[in-house]
Design a protein around this ligand. Structure first.
Ligand code: 5AD
Ligand code: FES
Length: 353
């Protein structure tokens, strides 16, 4: 390697920008040696802010009912073969209690867009969790809502909101979603959430059908404008009961390379090594952390519903209990020299109020 690659990485860090050509080179052309250099640079950048620590987010998949029909998603309403479930407030609180005992300080309530959970119900659940666990952050990941609803969730005590934008390109968005959904509305939701005061997370699937480097470049431009606190990315993985059943899976390697790029462009962002990455590659989460990611999101859902929340085929950890994943992940992180911490793990620049 002649040093030019390292220079370009430095340039990315200094300017906070990447060219479409260099992004394409990183995703499709770099050598094994350059890949190592990229990962090392991203890892060191992450360590400058976060040290060798990893934050935990306990994921509670509280409903797999969804009114939407996204072409990629296993729990789309058009999939009649899903056994649908909803967790009660009591079940959700039990998951949080168990999680808190295991050292979790963030709970992510994720679900399909399920009209059963009215704003009143969501607010009630958020308040109950915050009352039982005032030292914990509550993250919602329940899709597109009205500004007023988001404001109510925030006022009830929700701290963060995850809403992947999926793709910043309108045409690409339309290839992944039915007509009633628009990329413009999704982006507006993210801007609304940020304005209200949530720590927000956006993100994409890497290798989603029809995705080009140009699309990923547009995603980066959108993120630079939004300045999210978190960026969730994972490989697209086909689900057998969706229109995309025959589409090619996204690659773990490209996902990891993009994680590293995002770390260099957004040095302080919260960046999970996702379950989808751990599904595409058995050591995907470890590799993600070693390429600049700093968050892991283990499942806290009750074990009897875990195999019903399948967005893609092959999902890992559907047979494990919360305590098992917790112990497994702590050991996995220690094996690579990292430590899982019991900390809310807010964005370093974030202050609520
Ligand atoms: N493969 C990978 N990720 C998926 N998601 C949904 N379906 C799939 C799939 N088939 C992701 C979407 C969504 C998040 C909750 O999960 O990006 O926003
Ligand atoms: Fe679930 Fe390893 S993380 S078993």
């Amino acid at each position: 390697m002649d040093g030019a690659f390292e220079e370009r990485l430095k340039d990315m860090q200094v300017t906070g920008k990447i060219t479409k050509d260099f992004l394409d080179y990183i995703l499709h052309g770099m050598s094994a040696e350059e890949r190592e250099t990229l990962y090392k640079t991203a890892r060191e950048t992450s360590q400058e802010t976060f040290g060798k620590t990893v934050y935990l987010r306990g994921l509670i998949e509280f409903t797999n009912y969804c009114r939407n029909d996204c072409y990629y998603c296993g729990i789309r309403c058009g999939n009649r073969n899903v056994s649908r479930y909803r967790l009660t407030e009591e079940q959700i609180l039990n998951c949080c209690d168990k999680g808190a005992e295991l050292g979790f300080r963030t709970f992510v309530l994720q679900g399909g867009e399920d009209p059963y959970y009215t704003d009143d119900r969501i607010c009630g659940i958020v308040r109950a969790i915050k009352q039982a666990h005032p030292d914990c952050a509550v993250t919602l990941s329940i899709g597109e809502k009205e500004y007023e609803s988001y404001q109510r969730f925030y006022d009830a005590g929700a701290d963060r909101y995850l809403l992947r934008h999926e793709t910043a390109n309108e045409e690409h968005y339309a290839m992944l979603h039915p007509e009633n959904l628009s990329g413009a509305h999704r982006k507006q939701c993210l801007r609304d959430l940020k304005k209200i005061g949530f720590q927000v997370g956006c993100g994409i699937m890497v290798g989603s059908p029809y995705q080009t480097t140009g699309h990923i470049y547009e995603d980066i431009i959108f993120m630079q404008e939004l300045q999210p606190h978190m960026i969730g990315i994972g490989p697209f993985l086909a689900h057998k009961a969706t229109p995309f059943k025959d589409e090619k899976d996204g690659s773990a390697e490209q996902t990891i390379a993009l994680l590293a790029v995002l770390r260099l462009l957004f040095p302080k962002v919260l960046l999970p090594a996702t379950t989808a990455l751990g599904t595409a590659d058995a050591l995907g989460r470890e590799k993600g952390i070693l390429a600049g990611a700093n968050v892991i999101m283990p499942n806290l859902s009750p074990s009897d519903v875990r195999d019903k929340y399948l967005l893609y085929d092959g999902k890992i950890c559907t047979g494990e209990e919360a305590a098992e994943c917790n112990a497994c992940l702590r050991a996995r992180m220690e094996r690579i020299g990292y430590k899982v911490v019991s900390d809310r793990g807010d964005h370093p620049d974030f202050m609520k109020g």
